[in-house]
Ligand binder design. Structure first.
Ligand code: ZN
Ligand code: ZN
Length: 539
């Protein structure tokens, strides 16, 4: 039993626990353990057998017991029971239709049905209106949603990290390639697609329908199927003839506007062949949002990144020590890492006072001794107070190697006040970078009212860079805003805002977002050597 399979079963268990209204912390714990296991370098089944699986982060006694059961018997009995009871394909279809799990189950009970197929039949036969609480309006809405089942769109996109786990997991199991919004690294993914080469499409379509991630097929043609996950998210599979794989991949990668402008696409076994036949240079997927057939720029690569300039430790709300974070950054091949813990005004978590900042300096010096020549930089994520002043005095900021300024509280300010507040902070000579400039939390709240054009002007005057925050629910600046910043001549920093060593991995999300904004290595501060980053900061 390999790690991917174990992780899939835990993930399925987490989804079903969620459906059965289990404690959200339990659900999250199973999801996190699944992620850890998927990424583990050692065979987890062996750790379970040798009684050492709790060495893995996030695996406590409860999860260990489930893992032992899974490894020893090949199954988790409670998972199978939940799968029977909750009819995941029905719940998945219900989610797709906009129904909560509980409501789907109530409707199924009232109709005396158990499967998604039976729900479709009952709806078609006009039986939905017999269900208590389903009036003509709701019935019409459900019928309309069922009629749209062949348009594979979730109502709200998935965050990029969740979408990547899902789609990359499926393409890996099928030996195919990830396409759709995930391949273009959109910050919210709606079009989820996998392309496989198959002379005979039947086996791969069968395999797709039986994947643990897919609970029901909502559509199936000769070379294409749309499956839905237990969360109701549709995923498209294209089984292309091998000589047309490249063509199918271009189409399934999108965006629709980009592909339409290239049509008619010639047949080709890979993308290179398709582009060559079109007489157009190959285009990185991140640039395929709008029609484009020119020479793409030499985009920033993950390997260009020399260090991470925004990370947290247990001094504020991080989960690892200064040295642990530094060590993890060094293992990634970086030359430097800036520790940027919070300041007191952040409120919800501990913030560093001037005394704390100076005490932390000793810990950073010790880490530097242990990790040399790697450098841990003394940084701060300093709150911008509502009046634009910074949350630490200038003499403290002057001691630091790297100062990020952030708006956390008071984000509902009107545009004029918010812009003046940020402008005042950027005028502080110690500030090097504005963190998550638009303050966005994808799908959770609107972006801050901030005049970015004015911010670009001031940033340019003051030599301040703007962050591309790599937290999957932030991705702030967005690709579109990166492009505007670069056009204005402003530099960017690709950061993770990591709160743990694992969090450092979000650099790929930040880099991809910068690429979507057409960034090259020259535009990005942390592609530079330490001496240039620090010298620039002190001079
Ligand atoms: Zn922040
Ligand atoms: Zn932060």
């Amino acid at each position: 039993m390999d790690n991917a399979l174990i992780a899939d079963r835990l993930e399925a268990f987490a989804s079903l626990l969620e459906l059965s209204d289990a404690n959200p912390y339990t659900v999250r714990a199973y999801r996190r353990a699944a992620e850890t296991i998927r990424a583990a370098a050692v065979p987890v089944a062996e750790l379970v057998r040798s009684g050492r699986v709790r060495d893995l982060r996030g695996v406590g006694p409860g999860i260990e017991a489930r893992l032992r059961e899974l490894v020893e018997t090949g199954a988790i009995a409670e998972l199978e029971e939940l799968e029977r009871e909750l009819a995941p394909d029905l719940v998945g279809l219900g989610r797709y239709l906009g129904l909560t799990a509980r409501r789907s189950i109530e409707i199924a009970r009232a109709l005396g049905i158990r499967t998604a197929e039976e729900l479709r039949d009952a709806a078609a036969a006009g039986r939905l209106r017999d269900v208590p609480g389903v009036g003509p309006k709701t019935e019409a809405r459900l019928l309309e949603a069922l009629a749209r089942e062949d348009e594979p769109r979730p109502r709200r996109g998935l965050l990029l990290n969740r979408a990547r786990d899902l789609v990359d997991g499926i393409s890996h199991l099928l030996g195919g390639e990830t396409a759709g919004d995930v391949r273009r690294w959109r910050d919210s993914c709606e079009q989820l697609a996998v392309v496989c080469a198959a002379a005979d499409p039947i086996p791969v379509l069968e395999q797709f329908s039986e994947l643990p991630q897919i609970v029901a097929l909502i559509e199936r043609d000769e070379r294409r199927a749309v499956g839905v996950t237990v969360e109701g998210v549709p995923v498209e599979l294209v089984a292309a003839e091998p000589e047309r794989l490249g063509t199918a991949l271009v189409r399934a990668t999108g965006s629709a506007a980009y592909v339409d402008a290239l049509e008619p696409l010639p047949d080709g076994p890979d993308e290179q062949a398709v582009y060559a036949a079109l007489g157009v240079p190959w285009c990185p997927p991140e640039l395929r949002e709008a029609p484009f057939d020119g020479d793409p720029p030499e985009l920033l690569e993950l390997a260009d990144i020399r260090g991470d300039l925004h990370s947290h430790t247990t001094w504020s709300d991080g989960r690892a020590s200064v040295e642990e974070m530094g060590r993890a950054a060094r293992e990634r091949g970086y030359e430097y890492l800036a520790i940027c813990d919070h300041t007191p005004a952040v409120g919800a978590v501990t913030g560093l006072t001037p005394e704390d900042v100076r005490r932390q300096a000793d810990e950073i010096a010790a880490a530097n001794e242990a990790l040399a020549p790697f450098r841990v930089l003394r940084g701060i994520e300093c709150d911008i107070l509502p009046d634009g002043r910074l949350d630490l005095p200038d003499d403290v900021l002057a001691e630091l190697d790297w100062v990020q300024a952030s708006v956390h509280g008071g984000q509902r300010m009107p545009r004029k006040e918010m812009t003046a507040r940020v402008e005042a902070a950027l005028r502080n000579p110690h500030v090097r970078c504005l963190s998550h400039p638009k303050g966005r939390y994808i799908h959770r709240r609107p972006e801050n009212e901030l005049d970015l054009e004015r911010v670009f002007e001031v940033a340019l005057e003051e030599g301040v860079a703007l962050e591309v925050n790599g937290l999957p629910d932030r991705l702030d600046l967005s690709g579109e805003h990166v492009r505007a910043a670069l056009e204005a001549g402003v530099e960017i920093v690709c950061s993770t805002d990591a709160h743990s060593p694992r969090g450092l991995r979000n650099m790929e999300l930040s880099v991809a977002t910068a690429r979507r904004g057409w960034a090259t290595a020259a535009n990005v501060v942390n592609t530079r050597t330490l001496s240039r980053v620090v010298r620039d900061s002190t001079g």
